[in-house]
Design a protein around this ligand. Structure first.
Ligand code: GCW
Length: 552
């Protein structure tokens, strides 16, 4: 009805194919949000849990787009957050879980693997230690007595300084299974993240490859996890960059429940100041053929459980919400929350249908307005890619907060994220002659990515180190591609602003007034990206722009 369509002949039934459609909030108990760009937490404030009218509005919001599970606290479980599984918080959590249940949503929590030490005073968190195992069993009995509707737990272990089984020489299967046994009597799930890599790398070391780490750590454990464990795997092998290949881990696990993790919080994609509608990216990911087996080998078939006949599977998005009145800061960022839910719920929805649907239900029925905003959304991810890091290389951002250009920001650091540019060329050799990452894919993907000629342009620098004069499939040299896309990117942002201006009368004034300063900021930063990237590569390569535009 909101879309102004007739309700007369509606007679259809749809059922979601993906069992768990989840949000992951990175909210801290002090009210801050890690990678949050829409204000503070509406779950926590000053180490207290908030249950109020917004809790219900939130549940309704999620239910309206088909999301059925949510993790409310940050995967980096520190300080008071470890104590969420203690007396102090049970009453509020139970109240929240009950509200969520009315809307068909299950509450989950992130856990601290070292909780037996922090809360229990034990000397170890070794998953094979009997005392530790007993502690967890008793703790889970207590937790479920207090919060009967709890869905289970999400765990980040041995990652970026978080504790985990490696400390005790144990595997991630040992760690996950210990917890899975403890929650099994209550039908709880353990969602175990595969974001495990060496974040103390020496930039001089060209053998270690962060991209390989998920595969190298988890492929050998295939088949070793209990059935109430789900491995949660980020879409790319690195970390939510504007362009990454799809992780090879999905094509490598035959006997393990899997869940895809994407990020609608726009950490590396403009931090909700820039328009970047990510659903076309997620659509590509879900349709991707892993070649795991002859049939039913797409990511969607894997995480819906159809490929491997599983039921504990799903999709999770790192959430983009906060306590700002419009939930997502940028009004257009709400399309990512809506779109994530819709795409996860309904198999045959396209990113473009979803964009249009969102525009109609949000802003009404004026044709020109609908076309304009749908078009802005649909072009926004490619445009963001144009003015930021080129050809799949990623990063080039400022350390820590990850906003704005800094070509060498991560080049000489410990995080395993390098572009390896010199005066002759750029890119990371991940072919069999380099780190061998390309060979972790199933065929024919391995051969495609392994070969400079066959590798798709948009991923070339992720897989290969090439000279600036290397000719892309597009017919342009790498350096000219860098110059052209960066000039085009800024122009496209300018056009976006002009287009929005033309339909301004069809938007609520408050919405328009919120959007304009953000678009101005997007344009300012797009220019900064353009000039820094172009200047950097002009100075490195000494090769002039064939179109003679201004480079500094
Ligand atoms: O992308 C990185 C973020 C961290 C985050 C981590 C993760 C929650 O920069 O802020 O920590 O990924 O996914 O665990």
């Amino acid at each position: 009805m909101q879309r102004n369509q007739s309700v007369r002949n509606i007679d259809y039934k749809i059922a979601p194919d993906i069992p768990y459609r989840m949000l992951n909030h990175w909210d801290n108990l002090d009210g801050s949000i890690e990678r949050g760009y829409a204000g503070n937490s509406f779950f926590f404030q000053e180490n207290e849990i908030i249950v109020n009218e917004r809790t219900r509005m939130y549940a309704r919001l999620l239910a309206s787009v088909g999301i059925n599970a949510t993790v409310i606290n940050n995967v980096n479980v520190k300080d008071c957050a470890t104590g969420l599984i203690s007396d102090m918080y049970y009453d509020k959590l139970r109240a929240m879980a009950c509200i969520f249940k009315e809307y068909g949503i299950q509450l989950f929590l992130s856990l601290n693997f070292a909780a037996p030490m922090v809360l229990g005073g034990l000397h170890s968190a070794d998953p094979l230690d009997e005392e530790v195992r007993t502690w967890w069993k008793e703790k889970m009995m207590e937790v479920y007595q207090n919060i009967p509707n709890l869905g289970g737990f999400l765990i980040k272990a041995d990652s970026e300084g978080r504790p985990g089984p490696f400390t005790y020489g144990r595997t991630h299967a040992d760690g996950a299974n210990m917890l899975a046994e403890a929650v099994a009597p209550y039908e709880g799930l353990i969602i175990w993240r595969c974001f495990v890599y060496n974040c103390q790398q020496d930039w001089r070391d060209k053998v270690t490859d962060r991209a390989r780490s998920g595969y190298d750590n988890f492929k050998p454990l295939d088949g070793k996890f209990l059935d109430n464990v789900i491995l949660q795997i980020k879409n790319g092998p690195m970390d939510f960059q504007v362009r990454e290949p799809i992780t090879p881990l999905f094509g490598a696990l035959h006997n393990t429940n899997q869940m895809l993790e994407v990020q609608i919080a726009q950490e590396y994609t403009g931090q909700q100041k820039h328009v970047c509608y990510l659903i076309p990216m997620f659509e590509q990911i879900l349709q991707f053929h892993t070649y795991l087996q002859d049939q039913k080998d797409t990511i969607r078939e894997i995480i819906s459980g159809q490929a491997l006949n599983q039921k504990n599977c799903g999709i999770a998005a790192v959430a983009n919400t906060g306590n700002e009145s419009n939930w997502t800061g940028h009004d257009l960022a709400a399309a990512n929350l809506y779109g994530f839910g819709r795409l996860a719920y309904q198999k045959d929805c396209t990113a473009e249908d979803i964009a249009r649907e969102w525009v109609e239900v949000t802003f009404g029925s004026n044709r020109e307005m609908i076309t304009t905003i749908t078009d802005i959304l649909m072009r926004s991810w490619p445009i963001y890619e144009q003015y930021t890091a080129p050809l799949g290389i990623g990063w080039m951002v400022n350390p820590n907060h990850h906003y704005g250009p800094n070509v060498d920001g991560y080049e000489y650091d410990r995080w395993g994220t390098y572009h390896r540019a010199d005066h002759l060329g750029i890119g990371v050799d991940r072919s069999e002659m380099g780190t061998g990452y390309a060979m972790t894919y199933q065929e024919p993907l391995a051969s495609t990515y392994n070969s400079v000629e066959a590798c798709p342009d948009e991923l070339l620098l992720f897989f290969h180190h090439v000279s600036y004069t290397h000719i892309l499939k597009s017919g342009k040299s790498v350096i000219q591609h860098i110059y052209d896309t960066h000039f085009d990117g800024v122009e496209n942002v300018e056009n976006m602003m002009k287009a929005l201006d033309k339909i301004k009368e069809y938007l609520p004034l408050a919405v328009y007034n919120r959007m304009v300063p953000r678009l101005e900021e997007q344009l300012r930063l797009a220019k900064e990206w353009r000039d820094q990237i172009n200047t950097y590569f002009y100075r490195k390569s000494g090769i002039i722009d064939t179109k003679n535009r201004t480079i500094y």
